[in-house]
Write a protein that binds this ligand. Sequence first.
Ligand SMILES: *Cc1c(COP(=O)(O)O)cnc(C)c1O
Length: 409
Amino acid sequence: MLLDHLNHKLQAIAAQDLTRVLRVAESATAPTQTVRGAGDSAREMLMFCSNDYLGLAAHPQLAEAFVGGVRRYGAGSGASPLISGHGLAHEQLEQALAEWMAPQIPQAQALFFCSGYMANMAVLSVLGDAEAEIFSDELNHASIIDGARLAKAPVQRYAHCDVAALQALLAASTAKIKLIVTDAVFSMDGDMAPLDQLLALAEAHDAWLIVDDAHGFGVLGPQGRGTPALFGLCSERLIVMGTLGKAAGVAGAFVAAHPTITQSLLQAGRTYIFTTAPPPAMAHALLTSLQLMASEEGEQRRANLKRLQVQLRKGIAHLLADYPQLGWQLVPSDTQVQALIIGENAATMRLAARLDAAGLRVPGIRPPTVPKGTARLRITLCATHTEADIQRLLQALNEAAAELASELP
Ligand SMILES: *Cc1c(COP(=O)(O)O)cnc(C)c1O
């Protein structure tokens, strides 16, 4: 009965061309990887889909630090943090993250979580109690949406980055505690939230600003200190969640905030309390990530990422000018996440399949992940891509565009 029921649902997913498939990366995380698809033999692919933005995931120094952590602390943490899983490496990492965020959040303390998903669940469920109201950008990440579902607080969704709409909602709210929550860099579009204006609103309306900096941490701002640093923000009202599995190259996440807030997460955050602490070696390795991110090498990697981003946008702008009849659109983005909107699901997936056949992995993203009619290629760049890699992607896109344009009536 259950299996029939599930098979029915799986068929419905397949009928809409929405079946997700797992691929196996057989080599280390890098722009060029050996990847095995469902039923396929392994192929070498040029990847434009990883969030390893600084190329640190397989950095020898970081891998060495991880190994060093395993030698020193063993493999597992043994328990949840409040039982016995919180070790010296975890403490050192939280200290380093607190110092890292201190220019943006006076007196900041940091709490280390297993993942960004879990960190967002904790922040929204703990702060969003019955006396609060949550104001959430409509394009926020799934983990924010799920965290808000767990919260007792009512949730108001505001139009994407619409400061005026948010202001109206805040002005009309009678909640004792107002929580604005936003992605700093939106994962499917690559655009940035107007954090300066959002913080000004928070200050004017006695609200708090929760920033999910999954895609900015390590990449944006001086020394890669993140999107709040890029905007030059400094406020006690800021609560920042940063992930450590993207630019930082390992896994996990942190929340940095006023000590009363981190203390509350420690007391009541169920995704912190009731889960085994991350392996100490992971925390140990992340200390090296922070050093690499802030180093001259990190600076060079960010500069390279910027150059690649400019090269890609220029190339796509040319392509769009050559084939206006296709109706493709490049979303304005000043980050390493670049979205090329194709429109229809089928056309998007055909284009992605064509690139795939040419050895390029660029994921097609469809509704419900993005709004209807805005299916797109989501191109993510890493500092370890080369100019030649971008050239290859542009060439393949141009060939596909020429072919698709010739098929138009
Ligand atoms: C990836 C991501 C998360 C989740 O972080 P994980 O550490 O992968 O669980 C949260 N928010 C945003 C915007 C993300 O892109």
